[in-house]
Write a protein of this length. Structure first.
Length: 200
């Protein structure tokens, strides 16, 4: 799929791991900071634990990654790395509480469900329809995989993302207030959104 000289394709281009990690950290570093920070370490962890087959990327005309969407399906998401991987990078003492924090962010797909890991678009490339193009490709994957719906969570502090999701047919099904997480992970509420999809 191509949108205004931006090509959307499945997977990650060769050598793009660091760039994808940079985009993901820019978008989600506020939420991941305590678990994977500081920033350089977080980007390194993400880049080293990407599952390329759980990504949809948007490429500019010169082949640069300007957007990425990750998803979870069949037990795998875009960013992997288990407790042992966290300990290996951050050490046993500093790694332990990071594992606990990451567990708070974990989302497991229900049967017949594809879970979005999030969308990250280069700030300089926003308002060009890239996010919508990534969402459409994610939906195509869900249909091909015979999923009945797509699920995602959006934090209360990101109304722009929620607006994008609503524009593309997602509806809020649950709001969970998490004031106790505001100081820990930087957000005080999470809205779960669904989009029903029709299998081919």
């Amino acid at each position: 799929m191509t949108t205004e000289s931006v090509e959307v394709r499945r997977g990650l281009p060769e050598g793009a791991a660091a760039r994808v990690a940079e985009l993901y950290w820019e978008a989600f570093g506020g939420k991941l900071g305590l678990a994977l920070g500081p920033a350089e370490a977080g980007r390194r962890f993400i880049a080293g634990h990407l599952h390329e087959d759980r990504a949809v990327t948007a490429l500019s005309g010169d082949g640069r990654v300007v957007g990425v969407a990750g998803y979870q399906l069949a037990g795998r998401g875009l960013v992997g790395g288990d407790a042992a991987a966290v300990m290996a990078q951050y050490g046993r003492v500093r790694g332990l509480y990071r594992v606990v924090l990451l567990a708070l962010l974990e989302r497991t797909p229900a049967r017949g469900e594809l879970v979005m890991d999030g969308i990250a678009v280069d700030p300089a490339e926003r308002s060009r329809g890239i996010g919508g193009s990534l969402l459409r490709e994610i939906e195509a994957i869900a249909v091909e995989q015979r999923c009945r719906r797509i699920r995602l969570d959006v934090v209360a502090e990101n109304p722009r993302a929620r607006e994008l999701y609503e524009k593309h047919g997602f509806r809020a099904v649950r709001v969970q207030r998490t004031p106790w997480l505001r100081d820990v992970l930087g957000f005080g509420g999470v809205t779960t959104m669904h989009k029903e999809v029709a299998a081919r």
